[in-house]
Design a protein around this ligand. Sequence first.
Ligand SMILES: *[C@@H]1O[C@H](CO)[C@@H](O)[C@H](O)[C@H]1NC(C)=O
Ligand SMILES: *[C@@H]1O[C@H](CO)[C@@H](O)[C@H](O)[C@H]1NC(C)=O
Ligand SMILES: *[C@@H]1O[C@H](CO)[C@@H](O)[C@H](O)[C@H]1NC(C)=O
Ligand SMILES: *[C@@H]1O[C@H](CO)[C@@H](O)[C@H](O)[C@H]1NC(C)=O
Length: 263
Amino acid sequence: MASFGLLFFLSGILIHLGLTTQCHICSDTGDYSANSTYGTNLNHLLSSLPSLTTLKDGFYNATAGQNSDKVYSLFLCRGDVSSDTCRKCINTTSHKITQLCPNQKEAIIWYEVCMLRYSNRAIFSNLEETPFYYLWNPYNTSDWGQFNKVLGNLMDGLVTQAASGDSDGMFAAGEAKVKSSQGSIYGLVQCTPDLSQRDCRVCLQGAVGQIQICCDNKQGGVVLKPNCNLRYEVFRFYVPTAAGIPPSPPLINNPITDGFSKF
Ligand SMILES: *[C@@H]1O[C@H](CO)[C@@H](O)[C@H](O)[C@H]1NC(C)=O
Ligand SMILES: *[C@@H]1O[C@H](CO)[C@@H](O)[C@H](O)[C@H]1NC(C)=O
Ligand SMILES: *[C@@H]1O[C@H](CO)[C@@H](O)[C@H](O)[C@H]1NC(C)=O
Ligand SMILES: *[C@@H]1O[C@H](CO)[C@@H](O)[C@H](O)[C@H]1NC(C)=O
């Protein structure tokens, strides 16, 4: 797979609504057969993950097996979702991923509010910036110059905030007003909290830089990496931390398809 990953098309409304949209990558680093020890370890591990979602703030790493049959797995739920939502998302992705990648020893799947990954390599506390995915909202901004400036400042602040987190969470979400349109930009960034603060910053700063590649002039964008991700939109897509404020409805109303469609 090219290092630029695949380009996907972001359907604003479906992204907003659901846990049904997904991207995944089956790595070609080695295969296993269904009845192998590796397969048994993997299935055992995956079936245990949903029940682990309540133990730690939306992140968990676990292993199963020994030596060459050892499976390393981790999941990360978006920092604003409840443990119930997290559990449902991990339950769904843990079933889905082995259907999508039935033989590969290494795979990663991203849903809107969670990410699940496994490998036969040690993947904990190790910054990996590839493979990655870009998604974007098809709608253009009316003034990218102004929008981009506000977006850059917002993201810088969020990256600093997330990268000052620790093993309890490396997550930040917030909004900023765009003067010219009177609207707001809503942003969210997150690292897997097994990273050091420095690696979290490196990962997110790289992702912020990639906005110019994927999402030039776009009202919304997503950069997904194994150890960090970011998203921005002109509607509030995350659960605000201040309790009691209901999420605003998406401004984008895009009657499209059944998920991400490939270009
Ligand atoms: C795997 O196990 C199932 C059930 O035990 C069996 O039917 C199947 O033939 C086995 N497949 C291989 C490739 O050994
Ligand atoms: C999870 O990752 C941490 C940090 O690398 C490590 O110390 C811990 O042993 C891992 N947990 C499991 C169950 O392997
Ligand atoms: C987990 O997912 C499976 C298959 O998608 C489903 O049958 C089951 O009801 C789900 N369990 C929970 C607790 O959500
Ligand atoms: C956004 O701008 C690009 C380039 O100017 C144009 O090709 C595209 O049609 C525009 N998209 C929408 C949804 O207006």
